[in-house]
Design a protein around this ligand. Structure first.
Ligand SMILES: Nc1ncnc2c1ncn2[C@@H]1O[C@H](COP(=O)(O)OP(=O)(O)OP(=O)(O)O)[C@@H](O)[C@H]1O
Ligand SMILES: Nc1ccn([C@@H]2O[C@H](COP(=O)(O)O)[C@@H](O)[C@H]2O)c(=O)n1
Length: 207
């Protein structure tokens, strides 16, 4: 069974996807990390984020097994990932990799922006996770502060609003809920309550 979890930045989709995957004993792929890895590799090579051909070449050679999570989680790389994710060549190169991950025997849980609409339109379960921009900014601010990254709530909120606009207005695979997605607003739910609601969205007998 493939479970597709989409939603905007810091809505809690990664936390939820990881938890569902652990609960079901299935593999999980945070697809945002792929775009972050492409952005980081471009920056490390001194290439501009607008270099669509360079970014596509990096995406074609990306190995999921070598994603180095810590460096990828910074605020700067989140913004850079959103800039490289507009390139159709990057999205095309990452599509196969994501579909191969989803096609593992027994299925998988993937989270991102276009899993239910483009990567796995046939997914048996689709959940679109949201929360208000202010609540998402509070969560991300707490997370980055906990990692020692100097930032302010206002800067994070501005990042989130800018990324929401760019991710939902790009022409290649824009962020949007699939027509058959279940919506989960986590603004006033903690991670445990969001997980409990998500389990109720799984087919009978699965959870
Ligand atoms: N329901 C929740 N209530 C409060 N905090 C939460 C909730 N879900 C997740 N968090 C926390 O909010 C932060 C963002 O969560 P998470 O990384 O899962 O979001 P995301 O949607 O995957 O973000 P991104 O798209 O940027 O990868 C994390 O610090 C996480 O621990
Ligand atoms: N399926 C996806 C996943 C991510 N993106 C882009 O990457 C940026 C970073 O993603 P996070 O989930 O780690 O925040 C995001 O803002 C998107 O631009 C994507 O396009 N498709």
């Amino acid at each position: 069974m493939v479970i597709a979890i989409d939603g905007p930045a810091a809505s809690g989709k990664g936390t939820l996807a990881r938890r569902i995957a652990a609960h079901l004993g299935r593999p999980h792929l945070d697809t945002g990390l792929l775009y972050r890895a492409v952005a980081l590799a471009l920056l490390d090579r001194g290439l501009p984020l607008t270099d669509s051909a360079g970014a596509a070449r990096i995406a074609e050679a990306l190995d999921v097994a070598t994603l180095e999570e810590d460096r990828l989680r910074s605020r700067e790389i989140g913004e850079a990932a959103s800039l490289v994710s507009v390139h159709p060549g990057v999205r095309g190169a990452l599509l196969d990799l994501q579909r191969r991950f989803a096609a593992q025997p027994g299925g998988a849980v993937l989270d991102g922006r276009d899993i239910g609409t483009v990567v796995c339109p046939e997914a048996e379960v689709k959940i679109y996770v949201t929360a208000s921009p202010e609540e998402r900014a509070r969560r991300r601010f707490r997370e980055l502060a906990g990692r020692g990254e100097p930032t302010t709530f206002d800067d994070i909120l501005a990042d989130i609003l800018r990324r929401d606009t760019r991710d939902s207005e790009r022409s290649a695979a824009p962020m949007r809920p699939a027509a058959d997605a279940r919506h989960l607003d986590t603004t006033s739910l903690d991670a445990d309550a969001a997980f409990a609601r998500a389990l109720d969205m799984l087919p009978a007998g699965v959870a």
